[in-house]
Design a protein around this ligand. Structure first.
Ligand code: IMP
Ligand code: MG
Length: 173
């Protein structure tokens, strides 16, 4: 189903197929039993939910919430921690799950604070990437789709808290 004002950029079938491929790649790279997914709320919740259901083996999940000051369609680079993880990361194989990497400022900040907590490995999976917008050279190990510089919503991503429930990635015009 297509929301009246939001044309499809990445449809449900393409999301499903790509996420299954990512899940297989992650499991191949990290066969460890103790794979721990850190989901960045709110945007990444749907990606996490589909990704872990496509994973073989045992995984655990935890959530954190960040807010970048500024709101609207661009991030200011100042990031505030709204909700921290329930458990520590010491010695664990951790994968950060993000919805989208744009300037890279949010993810760069997050990787720094999580690395300081002593995980055995720290990797990042982002559903979407806008490479042309990057301001910092942040490492992303798994990228679902690289997209042009368009503001996208749906499949967890919002504009002013709306559109998260769209089952596809659409372009906000
Ligand atoms: P960055 O710090 O500029 O990389 O921004 C990352 C955050 O900005 C993402 O986690 C999203 O919450 C938000 N964001 C960036 N681009 C978009 C977009 O096209 N749609 C929805 N949210 C976006
Ligand atoms: Mg986000």
């Amino acid at each position: 189903m297509t929301h009246a004002n939001v044309p499809v950029l990445i449809g449900q079938d393409a999301l499903h197929d790509r996420i299954h491929t990512l899940a297989a790649e992650i499991r191949r790279d990290l066969p460890s039993e103790d794979l721990h997914f850190v989901c960045v709320l709110k945007g990444a919740f749907m990606f996490l939910s589909d990704l872990i259901r496509a994973m073989s083996g045992t995984v655990t999940i935890d959530f954190m919430a960040l807010a970048s000051y500024g709101g609207g369609k661009s991030s200011s680079g100042e990031v505030k921690l709204l909700k921290d993880l329930d458990k520590g990361l010491q010695g664990r194989d951790v994968i950060i799950i993000e919805d989208i990497v744009d300037t890279g400022l949010t993810l760069n900040y997050l990787q720094e604070i999580l690395r300081a907590r002593g995980p055995k490995t720290l990797r990042t999976a982002c559903l979407l990437s806008k490479p042309s917008r990057r301001l910092v050279d942040v490492g992303v190990d798994y990228i679902g789709f690289s997209i042009e510089d368009r503001f996208v919503v749906g499949y967890g991503l919002d504009y002013a808290e709306q559109y998260r429930n769209l089952p596809y990635i659409g372009i906000l015009q």
